[in-house]
Design a protein around this ligand. Structure first.
Ligand code: IMP
Ligand code: MG
Length: 165
């Protein structure tokens, strides 16, 4: 919990410096990104607008189905704005590369990515601009991340030894 706080503060400072004087919109990827986004915007020292996009790439399990669908589109205009996509975790990169391509159609001034977690050695297709932590290739839960929609409310990120119930 403390490490997360510290990292979010660090990312907030960095983004505040990089985006000083620019019109920034943060687009959270639901549902996993909602807690990270909520904390991150409070660590910013510059004005920010927020929106959310909801995509589904996973079924009811911890395995990827490989299919990405838009469930909820953004509703503020990002055209000519500076956009940062806020993601909980970058695993295969399938979700993010889809969201990036999708949002490019709206012609933002620029489009970057902040991800709280990045699994090591699995994602070559997307290069996030800001990364919180690089982690082992394990299934993690908490701080927005779920297993079958549960455990998002844990105030820390953890992994489970053995079977998840
Ligand atoms: P990707 O498309 O494989 O990069 O997967 C990204 C999405 O899958 C994330 O936005 C998460 O919602 C979910 N995901 C990937 N790995 C984990 C994990 O370890 N725990 C919980 N959700 C995960
Ligand atoms: Mg997600």
């Amino acid at each position: 919990k403390e490490e997360l706080n510290e990292k979010v503060r660090e990312l907030g400072n960095k983004i505040s410096m990089d985006y000083e004087g620019k019109e920034l919109i943060m687009v959270g990827v639901l549902k996993g990104g909602f807690i990270f986004l909520a904390d991150l915007i409070r660590a910013l020292k510059i004005p920010v607008e927020i929106d959310f996009i909801s995509v589904s790439s996973y079924g009811n399990s911890s395995k990827s189905s490989g299919v990405v669908r838009i469930i909820k589109d953004i509703d503020v205009s990002i055209t000519n704005k500076h956009v940062i996509i806020v993601e909980d975790i970058l695993d295969t990169g399938l979700t993010l590369s889809y969201v990036l391509e999708y949002l490019k159609r709206y012609r933002p001034a620029d489009l970057k990515v902040v991800t709280l977690l990045k699994k090591l050695g699995r994602n070559s297709q997307v290069k996030p601009d800001f990364v919180g932590f690089e982690i082992e290739d394990k299934f993690v839960i908490g701080y927005g991340l779920d297993y079958n929609e549960k455990y998002r409310n844990l105030p820390y990120v953890g992994w489970v030894r053995g079977e998840l119930k």
